[in-house]
Design a protein around this ligand. Structure first.
Ligand code: SAM
Length: 301
């Protein structure tokens, strides 16, 4: 394996005839836990480029060591990205290919890289994505919540007031919502979501995806936050929260008086879901509609 160079050494270019063909900037996804999730293409690019621009060179050196890759690493993190960007661009313009990686997953997704990619595109450098792991997509793919339209909100503000204010802004968003959250804030985050979105809103907590203690738990927000509160192990590791989008309250004027009478009778004896299902069978009204109406009637009771 070649020795790793310091970040300064990586910018030294060989004098002589410059290569007129600019290099390519590869945006390479790396694993979010299980190292087997790296793609063959990612490994081949990381081996062949002249330089790897990494969020944290020490962290990525371990990954490179694992795969026996000796390509030099240079730091490209949020504090130096704007300033060092021009140095990476200069290197690309001499014809060298560069791979951009972050500590885990897809660069630019709640990770550095945006400024470098933007600068590269501005000077017509070819930017090639090498797709792979991304926590939000992995969580959504297994959440069982609508995945045809969704929004990614990244990290919420750390303090309660700011977090609640942001949640209020997306309270009536009908697309599925995806959030990243730090483990030490996951409980208060879920409690705030339950308070703002409503305890009944379906949600999923995806923790430690692809790692030993991977846990995916789907429950309404109220039950999910109670479950996390009752087990401190659920307040550890990395997490993604997926929340169902807002559904307009069902208009019970669309349901006949007879169907409402049946529903109300069943609600006196049965849990809400069962009452709605039975009322749907008896009256022929859609189960989902009766479920929504039942939720509204319980709120008003
Ligand atoms: N670039 C990464 C990606 O593509 O997902 C995200 C980087 S962001 C700094 C780190 C956050 O992503 C964590 O706080 C957590 O919310 C989420 N995350 C990363 N790895 C995860 C995993 N294995 N399981 C669950 N969430 C994860």
């Amino acid at each position: 394996m070649r020795a790793l160079h310091s970040s300064e050494a990586c910018f030294v270019t060989t004098p002589g005839a410059p290569n007129p063909v600019p290099g390519t900037l590869y945006v390479v996804a790396t694993p979010i836990g299980n190292l087997d999730d790296i793609s063959a293409r990612a490994l081949s690019v990381l081996r062949s480029v002249a330089l790897i621009a990494a969020e944290d060179t020490r962290h990525s050196a371990r990954l490179m060591q694992h795969f026996g890759i000796g390509t030099p690493l240079a730091a490209c993190h949020e504090h130096n990205e704007r300033d060092h960007g021009s140095r990476f661009i200069a290197r690309l313009q001499t014809g060298d290919d560069i791979a951009l990686i972050s500590d885990a997953g897809t660069p630019l997704i709640s990770d550095p890289g945006y400024h470098l990619v933007r600068q590269a595109r501005a000077v017509n450098i070819t930017v090639v994505p090498i797709p792979g792991a991304c926590a939000l997509i992995a969580a959504l793919s297994a959440a069982g919540l609508p995945s045809d339209r969704f929004i990614f909100e990244g990290f919420l503000p750390a303090k309660t007031a700011g977090r609640r204010a942001r949640l209020e802004q997306v309270k009536e968003e009908s697309r599925t919502l995806i959030f990243y959250e730090a483990p030490h804030r996951i409980l208060e985050c879920l409690e705030d979501m339950s308070a703002v979105f409503g305890a009944e809103r379906p949600a999923l907590l995806a923790r430690e995806i692809s790692k030993t203690f991977e846990t995916l738990k789907g429950l309404p927000l109220g039950e999910l936050s109670a479950w996390v509160a009752s087990d401190s192990n659920q307040q550890r590791g990395e997490c993604v929260v997926v929340v169902a989008g807002w559904q307009a309250p069902a208009d019970d004027s669309a349901v006949s008086a007879e169907a409402l009478r049946v529903l109300d009778l069943l609600l006196q004896e049965l849990p809400l879901k069962r009452a709605a299902a039975l009322a749907a069978e008896i009256t022929g009204v859609r189960k989902n509609l009766l479920y929504q109406v039942a939720l509204e009637r319980q709120k008003d009771a």
